[in-house]
Write a protein that binds this ligand. Structure first.
Ligand SMILES: CC(C)(COP(=O)(O)OP(=O)(O)OC[C@H]1O[C@@H](n2cnc3c(N)ncnc32)[C@H](O)[C@@H]1OP(=O)(O)O)[C@@H](O)C(=O)NCCC(=O)NCCS
Length: 265
């Protein structure tokens, strides 16, 4: 049994499977992953039905794993391991040396078995009230400066993802003394990714956009970001584990205020 490449024709079946497996974030993102990395989206079929998915985004040197799901009635039968090992094989073929993900509790059991280690927790925070109408972001940053800050924050080259998100969703940035100090994107109800070099600029973006968003994912060790978001009305909902297989990337978590999503880092 070998996973096969998924295509846009599989989108409805993927969304159904990811929803049934409890991965709302994956269901929201799978269409984007199929666009960003069509050679990195895999599915397993049994008796004509899609029973498992996994996606791999190349963000050199990292391969970011997402949409790891097995149909509830097939879980515990080895399909998750098969899918993940397939993603590793493909990623190594591409020259990737580290695999990373944000793990749910049930996923972490499998990942630990395959050698992943936890770097830190990631916190999902939500605002209890639905977002009000998004204010029109006032400026868009110079993309080259955004990509530089993103690389410094994550230790990875995420150019295709950031470029595509920035072309489709509103964003904003604050410069201090001619240098990019903070930037963010607003992806529907989600505030993120957001990176900040300057605490005042980070807090200003949070205060500006918290009323228009209701969901963020924040690296647990970034207490400055957590404090700013809690002050702006966000409340902790649950935690994931940021896990790595291979060398942990040279990232700067203090710059990472909010993440793009569980499956995109
Ligand atoms: C996480 C998930 C993908 C694992 O897939 P799976 O097909 O159930 O896992 P497997 O059967 O391949 O199990 C692989 C190994 O992990 C172990 N394992 C998996 N889930 C386990 C659990 N909940 N408790 C204990 N062990 C578990 C298995 O015993 C197996 O060990 P072995 O290979 O040494 O025998 C699946 O449970 C799932 O879809 N969960 C809901 C969605 C989710 O949380 N996805 C993870 C997002 S980060």
């Amino acid at each position: 049994m070998t996973p096969r490449l998924l295509t846009v024709d599989d989108l409805p079946a993927c969304v159904d499977l990811l929803t049934r497996a409890g991965l709302a974030g994956g269901a929201a993102n799978i269409g984007r992953y199929l666009r960003w990395q069509p050679d990195g989206c895999f599915g397993l079929e049994l008796e004509g039905a899609l029973v498992g998915t996994v996606t791999l985004l190349a963000q050199p040197p990292i391969g970011f794993v997402g949409c790891m799901a097995v149909a509830p009635e097939r879980q515990g039968t080895g399909l998750g391991r098969l899918l993940l090992e397939h993603a590793h094989t493909i990623g190594r073929r591409w020259g990737l040396t580290t695999f990373g993900l944000e793990a749910t509790e049930s996923g972490a059991v499998l990942y630990r078995k395959l050698g992943y280690v936890t770097e830190h927790g990631s916190v999902i925070l939500q605002r209890p009230s639905p977002p009000s109408l998004a204010p029109r972001p006032s400026s868009s940053a110079d993309l080259a400066a955004v990509l530089d800050l993103d690389r410094a924050a994550t230790g990875a080259d995420r150019t295709p993802m950031i470029r595509d998100l920035a072309s489709q969703f509103p964003g904003d940035a604050i410069s201090v003394a001619g240098t990019l100090a903070a930037w963010c994107l607003l992806i529907g109800e989600r505030l993120g990714p957001m990176h900040a070099r300057d605490v005042g600029a980070g807090r200003a973006l949070v205060e500006r956009y918290a009323p228009a968003t209701s969901l963020v994912l924040v690296p647990g060790p970034n207490e400055t970001a957590l404090r700013a978001l809690i002050d702006a009305g966000f409340v902790e909902n649950r935690r994931l584990e940021r896990m790595w297989l291979g060398r942990i990337p040279d990232a700067n978590v203090a710059l990472q205020w909010t993440l793009a999503s569980p499956g995109a880092g």
